[in-house]
Structures are given as C-alpha cells and as structure tokens.
Design a protein around this ligand. Structure first.
Ligand code: MN
Length: 746
C-alpha cells in the first residue's frame, strides 16, 4: 500500500465522516448531529491503530456501514450503532461504555450485531442455510440489528477484493445464501441486488465477466434504446395528463445470470435486459399507465403481473408487464406509486425512512405502530403466503417460541424456546441423551437446567458408564421428544420393576374373569398372544403391561378368548370362563370401539362393566357409574334409590364416574318392572297376553299378593332401549285393574 493511497480522500476518516454528515443533513434535519459526532469520536479512538486489509484506518469501515445505514434510511440510533458496530468485538469498549454515553438502545443494537458477527458458519447445506437465516432473524430481536449487519456485510463485500481468495469465496457464498435472501425477505431490493452481484463476482468470476463484458459491449445500443423508449413513454404520458417519473435501468447481473441458467440460454438469447419503472401518485394512475403502455406496445402474453392487488409476501407492490418495443426488443415495465417504490427499495427500512423523511405526508400507515409490531405483521403476511413462493416460511411466533443453537459441527439445531442441554442431547440422539454426563455451552461447562440462547454452541459430554437420565430430567426438558425418550428409557431400564407390576395387574384382571395366571400360562394358550405382540416370553408381556404399553384388560381378554378357542381340549378351564361370564352378566360380551356393553366410561377404556341389579338401566336412561371393589364399574340409573344412598356416603367419594351410552348399540338389555294391580282372576294371564302382543322377550315373570286384594307382578324382560320399555309399560298400564307399572330401583 503506497502512501499516496493512504492520503487518498477515500481513506481519510475525517473527510469521509464529513461527507456522511452532509448526506444526513440533505436527508433530514431531525437528527442530533452532536450525538453522531460523539459516536464517531468514540469509534475512531477505540479502533485507532487498527487497519483494514486495504490499508485504510479501520474506522473507515464503520463510517461506510453508517453511510449505507443512511442510504437505507435508518434512524439516528441505528447510525450511531453502525458507527460503533465493531467496538465490542474488536476493542476494549463494553456494552456499559456505550450505554453510558448513548443509551441502552444503542448499546443493545451494537451487542446484537456483535452476537451475529460471532456466529460461525461451517455447514453450507441447503436446509442449514435456511436454519441459519432463521437463527439470525431470531437473534436480532431488534430488526435494526439485522439491517446494520446487512450494511456491514455490504461494505465488506464491496471491499472484498483485498481479501484472500479463500475468504472471498466463503464470504461470498455466505452472502449469497444467507444475507441476500434476508435482504430480499425484508424487502430490501437494492441491498439484495448489490449483495448478489458482488457475491457472483467471486463465486463465478467467468460467468460474471461474460455478462458484464457483453453488457458493456452492447451499452451504447442499449442506452440508445432506453433513451428512445423513455422519451416515447414520457411524451405519451404527458399528453394523457399523467404525472409520472420514469426510471430506466439494465437489470442486475445476477438476475440475468440466473435467467441464463434457468432457461439454459446464452447471454445473447436474453432480450429483456432493460427494465423501466414508472412511478406515479396514485393507484388509479398505475392502471391508467398500464393501459397506455399496452396501447403503445404489444404486451408479451403471460408476463403481466398485478402485485398491487396481490402484494408479494415481503409487501412488494407494483404492476409488471413485458412489452415489445419498436425495434422488436422486449422490455419490462414496472408501474407503482411512490409509497410502493420506497417499500420496494428499502423494505422494512422504509419504515424509518418515512418516519424521519421530510415528505411525511407520504408516510406508511404503519407510522404510529411500534417497530416490533410492524415487523411482526410483515412476517405474518409472509407466513400466509403461498408455500411455493421463493420466500422461506417462518413461524410468526418464532421470536418467542424457538431457539437456534449450533452443534459442535456447526449444524443449526432448532429447539423450543427454553430448551436445555437435555433437549439438545436427546435431539441429537437418544443414546447421547441417555449417556450424557455433562454439557458445555460456548466452551464453558453449564448445568443441565441452563436455558439455551440463540447462537450458543452446545457440546454434550457422554460416557459409556453414564447412569442414565434421572426423573428430574422430565421436568428440566422442554421438548416433548426429549421427555418421550426419557420415559422410554425408564420403561426399558426398569424392566424388573415393570414385570412385577405387570404380572400383578394381569393377575387382578384375570381374576375378574375367574382365571389365574396358571390357567393361561400353558404354551398353547399364550403362544399366539405372545406372537401377536412380538413378545419373546411372558415376562415381555408383563413388562409391557407394567409400563402401560399394553392394558391388562386387553391381555386378559385375548388370553380368555384363546382359552375358548381351545374348548374341546380344555373343558375345565372353559367351564370357569363360562361361570365367570354367567356371574357377571347373562349376555355375551360385545364391544363397540372402547364401549363395553354399549357403555362408555369416562377416562377408562375396556374396563369391566356390569349393570346394577337394583335398577337395571337400559339405553336412553340417565346413568352413572360406581367403581366397585374388584368388580369393575357398576352402572346405575341416576334416579336409582340405591344409587342416591351410595352417593350420600362420604367414603364413596371419588368412586363415581361419568358414563354414557355409546352411539350405536346393537345389544338388548335385561330390566325388571313391577306391576301393581288389583288381585283378580286372570290378572297374570292378561299381563302375559299384553307382553306377548308387543313381542316382549320375557325372561321371567312372577306374581305375589301384597295384602288384601292387591298383588304385584314382577317381569324381567329384554329390551333394546328406554323407548321400547316405555311402550311396553304404557300397554301394561291399560290392562284393567293395573294401578301402576314401575321400574326396579325407582
Ligand atoms: Mn464490521
């Protein structure tokens, strides 16, 4: 670096800074220049003695970053933060030093930029790039942090020529994959284009040169063309009385490059290299201009896009059309209002530009909202966008609900907010979690309850002789997947305990069926069952029951069914089954889904259900369940007198469960009714006749006298539901001499 260059104005910090001040003054009068000067002084002192690779004092980079921040329209605090953006990282100044002089807002921004700077990218795989972009956005709690980081990157890319070829390539790749998409996402078209073109220059120097050489060669011709078209459009719009400003440009190199590759075209095959921009005052004018353009030139079919009625996810609005110029050359015309124009150029940053800009009358309607809400809305609108869109999706609540950390290899791991090293370990692999003996974050040992922060590098220490997870980990872990894996470990590792528990549970269940473990332990009975569930032995089955993988009821039912299948050979065992069934109820077991006998018991599936003898409920009755000791749930009518009595006993508290009739019931139910009648000859016969006439399925009928001239006929019959029962009782009531027909238990 020769001394001539060092004296060059472009390298003299003080002169550069005065240029910056002038630029700020041209833009706005509302900034405190004294504060900005003080920030410059602080940066200059802090970075004194440091130089850039091009030989310029380091602080020139800080001024450049601030200068770009002014260009993209950032506010005073951002410009101060941009001037100071490297002091925490590269000098002895701290957050406190900055906060003391410029307030905590500025200090927080600088610290935010520092954190992003410290993020090291090692993995460049596709899905990793997306996670990295998310991570950066998540880390930059204040969007100004990201905007300054983009300004910083832009200047570094502009001066990349002085870096080593390796650094040029790696920084360019990072810019292309991380920062340009972020700029795009934030709607900062201008920054995005420049980042892309600068990166391309290093990533594919030949491709870049081919395009720029070609453009340079054709420039006179292209300029002639653009001038004549611009004039034509201008004249016509003036004649039509439309106020407009027309800009014209050659498309940026990377967009041409991408098109060449996407369409496998030679540069000479790309015609629409020029783009015109017509900026007008109102939306009706946009469509008006569109009509005029289409009247002047032949539109290319399929190239009209209306982003005014349907804005792009990053809030970009314009109407686009491609038309054929007079010389047969196609060109694109973008038509938009000034407001749309600023949003397109500066995206998110337009927010500040409008807030501080001299032309406050054109301010975005979002002007009064706080910054964060505005960003949030931007992200929300992107969230709702078409998934096939170029933009990657991001959760609306990503700032609150997610944390992004690095593995030691540089992979970005996405975990729920509040996640701990335990979550991280189990995310990597269950084995890592189960053998964890310690964790390090950013090289320092942390406790298991350390809450991971965005950008943390997490390292898990494991040992083959690790004792395994502790029960406490279930509370420390924040992710469901980690908790599930910890529970799985307990299921697996506590096998002995589970076998004992499971065996007891099955024994209990079998007892309700009148069976014992010995009855079903026979090879012929249990083998099909074990095979069905891929158990190698009975202990496997007990263990599964013990940890809840298989319910005892299900196992017992299967074993019982298997016993039945073996009927001829196992008379005695079958008898037991039959007896047990008889004792419980006289109908065969029938199940519909989880319903047993057409009954759904809240919170319990496949539990033993029996109908109380006292009130014999039928479908349609209002019912409730009482958990008996060892006999399952007994079903009572809610109006059952027995039931009312049970309800009032305090020791039965907690033994009542909600039960209901399942939707579809194909069974019939036994119930008993009492017919009080005058004791006369033929009364029982008359009752029987009526029962016969309504096709009642009577199981038993008995009559007794209850005193002088009175008798009671008790009938046990099978009905489908309460409606059928009601019909039958109504018919019985009309028998001469019958006083009342009532159900048992009432
Ligand atoms: Mn920097």
């Amino acid at each position: 670096m020769d001394t001539q260059d060092r004296k060059n104005k472009s390298l003299d910090p003080d002169l550069l800074f005065e240029d910056l001040i002038r630029k700020i003054q041209e833009n706005t009068h509302s900034m405190d220049l004294g504060r900005i000067r003080a920030a410059y002084e602080m940066a200059r002192m802090a970075h004194s003695g440091q130089f850039r690779r091009d030989g310029s004092p380091y602080v020139t980079h800080c001024i450049a970053a601030a200068d770009i921040s002014v260009d993209i329209g950032l506010d005073e605090d951002s410009i101060i933060a941009a001037l100071l953006h490297d002091v925490i990282e590269d000098t002895s100044l701290t957050h406190e030093d900055i906060a003391r002089q410029f307030g905590s807002a500025v200090a927080d921004i600088v610290e935010g930029v520092t954190k992003l700077t410290r993020v090291q990218y090692t993995s460049k795989e596709d899905e990793q790039a997306e996670n990295l972009r998310k991570m950066l956005l998540a880390m930059a709690k204040d969007i100004r942090v990201i905007l300054i980081k983009i300004a910083d990157r832009l200047h570094n890319m502009r001066t990349m020529a002085y870096q080593s070829p390796e650094k040029q390539k790696s920084k360019s790749l990072e810019t292309m994959e991380i920062y340009a998409p972020i700029a795009h996402r934030l709607g900062m078209q201008r920054a995005k284009w420049e980042l892309e073109d600068l990166s391309l220059q290093y990533l594919d120097p030949d491709g870049y040169k081919e395009i720029t050489d070609n453009l340079t060669r054709r420039m006179p011709e292209l300029e002639r063309f653009m001038d004549s078209m611009q004039e034509k459009i201008q004249t016509r719009l003036q004649a039509e009385g439309v106020q407009s400003t027309i800009y014209c440009r050659i498309k940026h190199v990377y967009s041409i490059y991408r098109k060449m590759y996407a369409q496998k075209l030679d540069i000479n095959g790309i015609f629409d290299l020029c783009a015109f921009r017509v900026i007008v005052d109102s939306i009706p004018d946009c469509y008006n201009v569109l009509g005029i353009i289409h009247d002047m030139f032949k539109p290319v079919p399929g190239r009209f896009k209306d982003y005014i009625s349907t804005p792009k996810p990053n809030m970009y609005q314009s109407v686009h059309t491609t038309v054929i110029g007079s010389e047969g050359i196609p060109f694109e015309v973008q038509i938009r209002t000034w407001e749309m124009h600023y949003t397109a150029e500066y995206g998110v940053a337009a927010h500040w530009k409008y807030k501080m800009g001299p032309s406050a009358n054109t301010a975005l309607r979002a002007g009064d909202e706080d910054t964060f809400a505005w960003i949030r809305r931007l992200l929300e609108s992107q969230q709702e966008s078409d998934a096939s869109d170029f933009f990657y999706n991001m959760k609306v609540d990503m700032f609150a609900d997610e944390v992004f950390v690095f593995s030691p290899k540089g992979d970005v791991i996405n975990l729920p907010a509040g996640a701990t090293p335990i979550d991280f370990a189990y995310f990597i692999h269950s084995d890592i979690g189960n053998h964890m003996v310690g964790a390090k974050v950013n090289g320092r040992i942390v406790t298991y309850d350390y809450v991971l922060q965005n950008g943390d590098i997490v390292e898990i220490r494991t040992s083959k002789s690790a004792p395994g997870p502790s029960r406490d980990w279930l509370n420390t872990a924040k992710s469901n997947s980690a908790r599930t894996k910890i529970k799985q470990w307990f299921k697996k590792e506590r096998r002995e305990e589970n076998i004992i528990r499971g065996r007891a549970m099955l024994e209990d269940e079998l007892r309700h069926n009148g069976l014992t473990i010995d009855d079903v332990s026979d090879e012929a009975i249990c083998a099909p069952m074990l095979k069905r569930f891929s158990f190698t032995c009975m202990d496997d089955m007990f263990a599964a029951i013990g940890y809840g993988g298989l319910t005892a009821t299900r196992a017992a039912n299967r074993l019982r069914d298997e016993l039945k299948n073996q009927e001829p050979k196992r008379k005695t065992a079958l008898d037991k089954v039959a007896e047990a069934a008889e004792r419980r109820e006289s109908r065969p077991t029938k199940k519909e889904g989880k319903a047993v006998h057409g009954i759904l018991v809240e919170g319990l599936s496949n539990c033993l259900v029996k109908f109380s003898r006292c009130c014999t409920p039928v479908p349609g009755d209002d019912i409730m369940g009482f958990i008996t000791r060892g006999q399952g749930v007994s079903i009572h009518r809610r109006d059952c007198s027995n039931c009312q009595q049970l309800l009032n006993q305090p020791e039965n508290e907690g033994r009542w469960v909600q039960v209901s009739w399942a939707g579809k019931i194909s069974e019939s139910y036994l119930t008993t009714i009492q017919i009080s009648a005058k004791d006369r000859n033929g009364m029982v016969m008359d009752v029987a006749t009526v029962l016969n006439s309504v096709n009642a399925k009577v199981h038993s009928l008995s009559a007794r006298t209850t005193g002088l001239n009175f008798g009671v006929v008790s009938v046990t019959l099978e009905v489908k539901d309460a409606a059928e029962l009601k019909y039958i009782t109504n018919r019985l009531s009309s028998v001469p001499g019958v006083i009342s027909v009532s159900r048992n238990g009432a």
